[in-house]
Ligand binder design. Structure first.
Ligand code: 3PG
Length: 215
């Protein structure tokens, strides 16, 4: 069984900004800043009351953005996210009922895993790209290298604890299609409306080389 593959979206940029928005207006400005910096994929976490409305506004008002929903922790959030305009879904973990529901979603999904057993269970369900979460805390680059041996077909988008200092070591791994992270959209810059800083951070991130998509 093969489920919708997020790789064609992830091919667009090596970094997926993980953003938590406090308002719809801030979400739209942030999306514009990220797109201007060359990062069109944007994961809006469903952690704030504004999140779903922000996804809808980004989908409508920032046509070059490819907006998705993160922190999908319950089955009822799947349809709500898609109705809002999410073009991909991300979950932090893989409880069985949520995974069964996500496997029915008509958009690409990156389900979260933290162990070989979870990765194997998700691969068996047909998910082609998994989010390793929280990447640094569960083993980071050494874990991903180790998983490549027994699970050579699996590809990952690790997230959690990745930033400018270690992103290169992740993107150098052939089983990494992209990484996710919040460092390109820092809360302090957003809170003072410094979207030029976001664009500058995105520009640097968008140029990072990755082994999975050789230039
Ligand atoms: C998250 O879900 O919060 C993401 O993994 C972002 O993690 P980061 O803030 O460590 O980049």
């Amino acid at each position: 069984m093969s489920l919708p593959d997020p790789s064609f979206l992830l091919a667009r940029a090596p970094v997926v900004p993980v953003v938590t928005v406090q308002s719809v207006a801030a979400g739209v400005k942030l999306a514009r800043a990220l797109v201007d910096g060359g990062l069109p994929l944007i994961e809006v976490t469903l952690r704030t009351p504004a999140a779903l409305e922000a996804i809808a506004a980004i989908a409508q008002e920032v046509p070059d953005a490819i907006v998705g929903a993160g922190t999908v922790t319950r089955p009822d959030l799947i349809q709500k996210s898609i109705d809002a305009g999410s073009r991909f879904l991300v979950s932090p973990g893989c409880p069985p009922r949520l995974m069964e529901a996500l496997a029915e979603a008509p958009v690409p999904v990156m389900p979260g895993c933290a162990t070989a057993t979870e990765a194997m269970a998700l691969a068996a369900m047909g998910f082609p790209v998994l989010k390793l979460f929280p990447a640094e805390a569960v083993g980071g680059v050494p874990l991903l290298k180790s998983l490549a041996g027994p699970l050579p077909d699996l590809r990952f988008c690790p997230t959690g604890g990745i930033g400018p200092d270690n992103v290169g070591t992740y993107l150098a791994l052939p089983n990494i299609v992209a990484v996710g992270g919040s460092w390109v959209a820092p809360g302090d810059a957003i809170s003072v409306g410094d979207f030029a800083k976001v664009t500058a951070l995105a520009k640097a991130a968008s140029k990072l080389p990755r082994a999975a998509f050789p230039a």
